[in-house]
Design a protein around this ligand. Structure first.
Ligand SMILES: *[C@@H]1O[C@H](CO)[C@@H](O)[C@H](O)[C@H]1NC(C)=O
Ligand SMILES: *[C@@H]1O[C@H](CO)[C@@H](O)[C@H](O)[C@H]1NC(C)=O
Length: 436
């Protein structure tokens, strides 16, 4: 299973191989020499023609009926019914809490976030400006910025002015313990695709919601449908009773450990582990990475050997319960992680973030104006296909869902406690099973 919850386990999607990064470093270097000579990436350098419709000769019109800017829906359209966002939205408050406690975000803090950031993003009056600071892996930066542009199309007039720093690398870097006491005044607000308990990075939906062309992961709306179809194609009980995982093992020690749990001629821990072979599959068009094909196994998840064996045995002897767990996870993905919610998450996060800024966002001289048309026109192949597929076609005529309130101190403690207790409980069961 490889989904990309805005606030959930980002590592599932973060398939970045050592071998590939070596290649891509070379590739990036090349592209930096070739493209970087004119100071910026392809998609940023040639955006100056943004207002003009694309020349129709070489590119078909993206969306002929595309007014710019898209009309703002009347605020009254937002229903007054209970339209609460899913509860994971409450982590927006958690992610921003340190800066609220520090009295807001200063320019000094933002500048510090620039130390590792891939790009600076400024939104002023509904237009986006990007200053590219470092090369990103593959097309992550392009697809992330694309996502923000689609947010502006979906909610015209509602995205506040802001200035932020975004880091496209997988792992969080803003260590909480470094920013205590007087150091809080330089605490960097840095956006990225994931966070954890010992860091302060602000979590933002990852690029693959708009597509991941390098490994043929479609935009999320299409992928959700494929997953649904895949789930319907093979009855749960008819699936192979194994845990299934596919990814690139060289990314982390945990993943290398996981490969050791694979079935062999001498052992079977009920796990079927597959290497994501970038080069072989690249040639085959990554047909085999298609997530909906992975529904042929009952338990698409990862954990370590004993846990896997225990969990699969448990699942196979508690079929009804296991199926219910799977069903609830699918429902969560289909309903609470819909693209509508992804955009609402972005809007609420950016709105709350903007409220904390203690300086007036300004467009740095190096930043260039970016718009959907120019970005998509310059893309080619799968990249272009995914951009067009994930393009927001019209403004939303209802408001975003209502942001739920922050956790009370006690609530969050309870939540963490419950999670720890569940893990402890399962570890005890696992120990019991391995003794018997
Ligand atoms: C609104 O709905 C959500 C879930 O849909 C629920 O958790 C929440 O308690 C509801 N709030 C009110 C005030 O009814
Ligand atoms: C795991 O075992 C299966 C079945 O033998 C094999 O096809 C697969 O390549 C193995 N995975 C890895 C990562 O070696």
């Amino acid at each position: 299973m490889a989904t990309a919850a805005p606030a959930a386990d980002c590592r599932r999607r973060a398939v970045l191989s050592t071998t590939l990064s070596r290649t891509s470093a070379a590739f990036l270097f090349l592209s930096v020499v070739v493209v970087g000579a004119v100071a910026s990436a392809r998609w940023i350098t040639s955006t100056t023609t943004r207002r003009r419709p694309s020349p129709a000769r070489s590119h078909p019109p993206l969306h002929p009926a595309l007014p710019h800017p898209i009309p703002t829906p009347s605020p009254s359209a937002a229903a007054s019914n209970n339209n609460s966002c899913p509860s994971y939205f409450r982590f927006i408050h958690e992610d921003l809490r340190p800066w609220r406690a520090a009295g807001g975000i200063t320019r000094a803090m933002l500048d510090r976030a620039g130390l590792t950031a891939t790009f600076r993003l400024v939104v002023l009056g509904g237009r986006a400006y990007v200053q590219r600071l470092r090369p990103a892996f593959q097309t992550r930066d392009l697809f992330t910025i694309w996502g923000v542009l689609q947010l502006l199309r979906r909610y015209p007039g509602r995205v506040p002015d802001f200035e932020l720093m975004f880091d496209c690398v997988d792992w969080p870097v803003v260590r909480t313990h470094l920013y205590r006491g007087e150091f809080a005044k330089i605490m960097p607000p840095l956006f990225r695709y994931c966070g954890d308990d010992s860091t302060l990075d602000i979590v933002f939906p990852d690029w693959s919601f708009w597509g991941w062309p390098e490994i043929n992961i479609k935009p999320w709306d299409a992928l959700l449908q494929d997953l649904k179809d895949g789930n319907n194609r093979v009855r749960w009980l008819d699936r192979e009773p194994y845990a299934y995982w596919k990814g690139n093992p060289s990314v982390s020690v945990t993943r290398q450990e996981l490969v050791k749990c694979n079935v062999s001629s001498t052992q079977d821990w009920n796990a079927r582990i597959y290497n994501q072979d970038w080069f072989k599959e690249g040639k085959a068009g990554f047909k085999d990475s298609d997530l909906s094909n992975q529904c042929a196994h009952r338990f698409p998840f990862s954990s370590l050997t004993d846990s896997i064996k225990y969990a699969v045995d448990w699942g196979n002897s508690h079929k009804k319960l296991a199926q219910r767990i799977g069903k609830q996870a699918s429902n969560f993905i289909q309903e609470e992680l819909s693209m509508d919610h992804v955009y609402d998450y972005m809007l609420h996060l950016l709105t709350e973030y903007a409220k904390l800024l203690k300086f007036k966002p300004t467009k740095p001289p190096e930043a260039v104006d970016i718009c959907s048309e120019s970005l998509a026109c310059q893309a080619e192949g799968l990249e272009k296909k995914f951009l067009l597929e994930s393009m927001v076609k019209s403004a939303s005529d209802t408001g975003p869902c209502d942001l739920p309130p922050p956790f009370g101190a006690h609530e969050l403690t309870m939540l963490k406690q419950r999670k720890e207790n569940s893990i402890k409980q399962i570890e005890m069961w696992e120990q019991g099973a391995s003794k018997s």
